[in-house]
Design a protein around this ligand. Sequence first.
Ligand SMILES: [Zn+2]
Length: 442
Amino acid sequence: MLLHIGIDDTDSPGGGCTTYIAARLVEELLKLGAGFKDYPNLLRLNPNVPWKTRGNGAVCLRMEIRPELGGPIKEAVVRAVEAHSDFGCANTNPGIVFHVGDVPEAYISFSDRVVQGVVDLDEALGLVDRFGTSAVGYKNMRGVIGALAAVGGLQRGDHTFELLTYRKPENCGKPRAIDVTSVKAMSKELMGSTFNNVDPETGRVLIAPHGPDPVLYGIRGEEAESVHRAGMIVEPGEPVERWVIFRSNQGTDAHLRRRSELSELEPFNPAIVVGEVVERPRTIQGGHVIFSLSDETGRVDCAAYEPTGSFREVVRALIPGDGVRAYGGVRDAIVGDWLTLNLEKIDVQRLAPDVRFVNPACPACDGGMESMGREKGFRCRRCGYKDGRLRKKTVEEERRLEPGLHIPPPRAQRHLTKPLVRYGREKGGTAPEELYEPWHWP
Ligand SMILES: [Zn+2]
């Protein structure tokens, strides 16, 4: 029989990692006689949910087993989750889902909604009841939502792979000593088939986390073979306890699938919006850049935060009248009254002319003139020439902004954000853009 095991919400900012539990279970279940039907799946869920860890990743193991193995496998999974979850953290609410047989279509659409929005526990429990699935939830049981989403997340369209390596327990918490030169060599050799290894602006290595979690490093790429080859090139600087290759929705924009009108925006949801810039961007304390966007239905403040580096220069170069498509996560207002969209990418679709009004030059001596008052003409500062009929003249400034798609540097990208290098490499023939509502500027 076919068995799908979803697991979510076992980790906390203080440590632990749901993928580590999956990695241990793969070995244990293989020994019990499970025949895996897919790579372990790593499904990143809506990154804008404030009560989840930054990564918000759930896992699913899909296997063919003899029916009598069902009991021992469930026991092994429950034991592993109980042994490795961070129960002490208030926001850690583990969930496990066991589903036998084909994955119902209702689970697939549920999964999409957990990636793209906010879904409540009652709905998850209702589905579990309806389809005879079993679920184990701890504490407030919220992890059942992500665990069920992981089961439904078949990732039939675009997907990527990640090789994750883990540290021996005695090394967890110590600084990592991965050889930077080997990472750069790997990144160069596997350019295009792996992504986001090194941040091009800062040279910073991005494959290793910094926290106390058991991950040593992770390499993301297009195929299992490419991330495996990449892993063989990296010199880890310490023993690797175990490694697993996950199939994942990372780097696919799976959370950004639908265009919303500005009046529809709700906090904690990812969104794609199209509108016109209505005020010049302003830089606020901390170096964050904000601009306001409007459509026929409403208005939103779009924010490019300080860590997005050079992306802020793009945002600063916008002017009122520019037409943009903005992608990001909605949150409550950070300044003023409007909701805020934390920008993940921006597509500059139409540049408005940057017209400025300047004082005319003196007709007599070509010197600078000053106004004699509204509608009263100008006086030359140099020779005193006056002309009551002179008016301000218009000059069009050159725009220093390229139309098209702009994405923050890899160091500031979300797990789900599709990086520029992946454009044109989407699998399954469905680039997310094809799913967007078509939009053309008049
Ligand atoms: Zn003059």
